[in-house]
Design a protein around this ligand. Sequence first.
Ligand SMILES: *[C@@H]1O[C@H](CO)[C@@H](O)[C@H](O)[C@H]1NC(C)=O
Length: 265
Amino acid sequence: MLSILACGSLFFPGLFYGLRKVLKSTFTHWNDADVVAVSERLVSSVHASLATVSGLVVVNTCQNVMTDRHWLVDSFVLFGAPYMLYDISAMYLTHYHQHRLGTSAAHQNHSLQTVKAFLRKERLLVLHHMALLLVFMPIVLFFRRGLGDFFIACFWMTEFSTPFVSLGKILIQFGLENSKLHWINGVMVLASFFTCRILLFPYMYWRYGRQFDIPLHSVPFHLPLHCNVGNLSILAPQVYWFILLVKKARRLYLRKGNAQGPKTE
Ligand SMILES: *[C@@H]1O[C@H](CO)[C@@H](O)[C@H](O)[C@H]1NC(C)=O
């Protein structure tokens, strides 16, 4: 158990450190803020891909959605736990370097003030990471009586859209928002977000229903109220976020159409 935790503690910061070194020596014209931001996004894409693949493996091997177990679940939760702490510090570093560029205060060092400014700006993300670490992880490891590996794996699959979101941010960072790649990536963001964050919920209900021979539309009536409320409260922000993404995509698309006119391409 401890060795998996130790692996994760070495893997994510190590990868971050290595990427920074490689990027810095490969793209010598990048500034520190670019290097740190891209490294952070690449590591988070790696974490998300690992989570997605683990989720797919577990979801496809569990027959019984309530009781079937898979060794990957506890292992990946342990392996991924240090990622939450690592990612908060990597986000802080990104914020720190960007802020330093913005204020041209190149002499400014780490201080309580820079940490506070970061916490103010990224409050929600920090809270989200801490909740996963301090609430989700103990529940998965100690308080669920071996039930629900399938559903935990489903939640990992929601990470499927993260690498595309990260790539989009990297492209914008380098002024490539009008490139074809950014356009294709935008379609992938929408598609992956829709399948793994929204269609996932009917899928879970469908798998549950299939096991107990209940048609999909009556699954909600067979579940306890708190399960429906729980799922709904996770689904609602995803739908909201998805609508925001669609609006943003529409705006970009319209702007692109106007800017280019009939001459180009
Ligand atoms: C969501 O629904 C499933 C049944 O499909 C249930 O097992 C699970 O506990 C629910 N999730 C939450 C967070 O309530």
